[in-house]
Design a protein around this ligand. Structure first.
Ligand SMILES: *Cc1c(COP(=O)(O)O)cnc(C)c1O
Length: 367
């Protein structure tokens, strides 16, 4: 037996829609599913415009390009996130500036933002990490006061709510990923959501090689090919039809984990703020000193017992790709202690029982 951390559920209309693309030969980036997926995703988050792209990293890069971020600029990003958040900033020639996390909900700490803002700062990219919304009102208030753009990285938070508002509706531009392990998937894919029509036009233009709308093969500037295919969008539309169901299942699974692991010495459970609906993209725990095994020992022991896990992301500022001398102690501590447990919507209650039983037993026998 092996229980994976993530696997997609493609048992709805996915095959029918993708088959239609093949049968009608609309397999490239023209075709009805691309627009339908964009419109539906935007509607789901209460936004005017959706621009689909080939992956979530491209979505972040395109958002920064639309907002005119470039060389000489600084963009504040959390250190505890997937590396793509920071890489997208570097692609523009701007410099990512790393902010620490808060310990309660594991998100970017808004109280540390102001000391990092300089006259070069152009934007902030808050991330809804592991499916829990970031405290966006606090971030937006600071951004407004300093005239900064906010790009929401909601790549892990499809279906999450912040004070009743959908994640993906909270930034000047919000970005999603539809990678294979995300809450909904197109295999590879991403999307930008926004309300501003000029930004929308500019995102479409830059996504398609910056080709003039009036003169074919005339390119006034350097653009990108970041288009999503009709096949991917077909998959995405079928997945989006099931998002509410997936959210219900993920929240039920989180509740089952929490019931069974409640009170296990040395195990801290995934948090949920009273103002939040966490989608638990990855159901996560922290392994504290009171637990007899280290985080890595627990992961190895679980692997031997057929349970696949992932460590938390590494704090980006500790890696060669974006090394910074200054310590960010909360992010570093979370990164060292966190584990993502199996989180697929296909997980059964028996599997959750089994996983929790292993964590409880290993905690009792001390390895
Ligand atoms: C997955 C992810 C991305 C990037 O998405 P890709 O589709 O893999 O390019 C960006 N930010 C965060 C927080 C992510 O989890």
């Amino acid at each position: 037996m092996r229980i994976p951390v993530a696997e997609p559920d493609l048992s709805g209309n996915e095959l029918a829609y993708v088959s239609e693309c093949v049968k009608t030969e609309w397999v490239s980036s023209l075709g009805r599913y691309v627009q339908e997926f964009e419109t539906s995703m935007a509607a789901k988050c209460g936004r005017r415009y959706g621009v689909s792209v080939c992956n979530g990293t491209a979505a972040l890069h395109l958002a920064l390009a639309v907002l005119g971020v470039g060389p000489g600029d600084e963009v504040i990003v959390p250190s505890l996130t997937f590396v793509a958040t920071a890489n997208a900033v570097s692609y523009t020639g701007a410099r990512p500036v790393f902010v620490d996390s808060e310990p309660e909900y594991w998100q970017m700490d808004p109280s540390l933002l102001e000391e990092l803002i300089t006259e070069r700062t152009k934007a902030i990219i808050p991330v809804d990490l592991y499916g829990h919304p970031v405290d966006m009102d606090a971030i937006l208030e600071i951004a407004r006061r300093h005239n900064l753009y906010v790009i929401e990285d909601a790549a892990e938070a499809h279906g999450a709510l912040y004070k009743g508002r959908p994640c993906g509706s909270l930034g000047d531009i919000s970005c999603f990923s539809f990678y294979g392990n995300k809450v909904i998937t197109t295999g590879e894919g991403g999307m930008l959501l926004m309300d501003d029509e000029e930004w929308y036009q500019r995102a479409c233009f830059l996504r398609d090689h910056a080709m003039s709308a009036t003169e074919r093969y005339y390119h006034p500037e350097i653009g990108f090919n970041y288009r999503l295919t009709n096949i991917q969008a077909a998959l995405g539309l079928a997945q989006l039809e099931r998002l509410d169901e997936f959210v219900r299942i993920k929240r039920r699974n989180a509740a089952l984990y929490a019931q069974r692991l409640q009170g296990v010495p040395g195990i801290t459970l995934a948090p949920e703020a009273e103002w939040a609906q966490n989608v638990y993209w990855m159901y996560s725990i922290l392994v504290e000193d009171a637990y007899p095994l280290s985080r890595d020992e627990l992961m190895a022991a679980l692997r031997e017992r057929g349970v696949d896990t992932r460590p938390f992301f590494r704090a980006i500022h500790t890696m060669p790709c974006h090394y910074r001398e200054r310590s960010l102690p909360v992010a570093e501590n979370l990164a060292a202690r966190g584990i993502n447990l199996p989180s697929s919507v296909k997980l059964t209650e028996e599997q959750i029982d089994y996983i929790c039983q292993q964590i409880i037993e290993l905690g009792q026998q001390g390895g």
